[in-house]
Design a protein around this ligand. Structure first.
Ligand code: AMP
Length: 217
């Protein structure tokens, strides 16, 4: 088993956030999700949050310099002995290049990049039925609702349907388009570097979790 950091990639709705959260529930891992960090800024009403909110509402990315700056700050807070699971970052080739440099500064390295593959129709369906925990951001769907309706299995927070304004059909279409344009080249970047492992993102959370564990060994 390797000891470096991990990048989880995949289009919106592919399940990477769910798996990253579950992995980071175990010891030794820290979850770094740029989408969660932006939503936190948005809730607090910071200037960065306002900018991110505008971009998120359109389904577009936050500029690279702003995103990388936020990750740089967060990285500085993570103890070296903890492994990082990156979720939703990097999303552009300049972000991937900046990440390599940032990690090197901290004496860290990524040793696995795992991409969750899910057909487009399924992504649209999952996002249309997504519900999110307001406290820990755990994601649920009609395929997998919380055990107690409205209550998060993981932290007991309130789960709301359509909690994410950017899950409306028009914004979802735009997010998938932006993913193909800007993030697909990142997948190719890691593939050329021989660091990419593809896994099937269909099926139950447990089935995907097992595939992820297999891909990490
Ligand atoms: P997510 O929760 O990962 O789906 O992210 C929600 C939104 O936050 C995205 O649609 C983008 O607007 C923004 N965002 C998250 N991560 C990034 C990133 N690495 N680069 C640029 N924008 C991002």
């Amino acid at each position: 088993m390797s000891r470096g950091d991990l990048i989880l990639m995949g289009p919106p709705g592919s399940g990477k956030g769910t798996q990253a959260r579950l992995l980071a529930d175990g010891p030794g891992w820290v979850h770094l999700a740029t989408g969660d960090l932006f939503r936190e800024h948005l809730r607090k009403g910071t200037p960065l949050g306002k900018l991110a909110g505008q971009q998120m509402a359109k389904g577009e990315y936050v500029p690279d310099d702003v995103t990388v700056g936020m990750v740089r700050q967060r990285l500085g807070e993570i103890p070296p002995r903890e492994r990082i699971v990156f979720d939703g970052f990097p999303r552009t080739v300049p972000q991937a290049e900046a990440l390599d440099a940032l990690l090197a500064e901290h004496g860290r390295q990524v040793d696995r990049v795992i991409i969750f593959e899910v057909p487009r129709e399924q992504l649209i369906d999952r996002l249309a039925h997504r519900a999110t925990c307001g406290r820990c951001q755990m994601v649920y769907s009609s395929e997998r609702p919380p055990r107690v309706p409205g209550t998060c299995d993981r932290c007991g927070g309130d789960v709301h349907a359509t909690a994410r304004a950017d899950d409306s059909p028009d914004v979802v279409r735009k997010r998938l388009e932006v993913y193909e344009e800007q993030t697909r080249p990142v997948v190719e970047h890691y593939e050329h570097a021989g660091r990419l492992v593809r896994i099937d993102g269909l099926g139950s959370v447990d089935a995907v979790r097992q595939r992820l564990t297999g891909a990490m060994t």
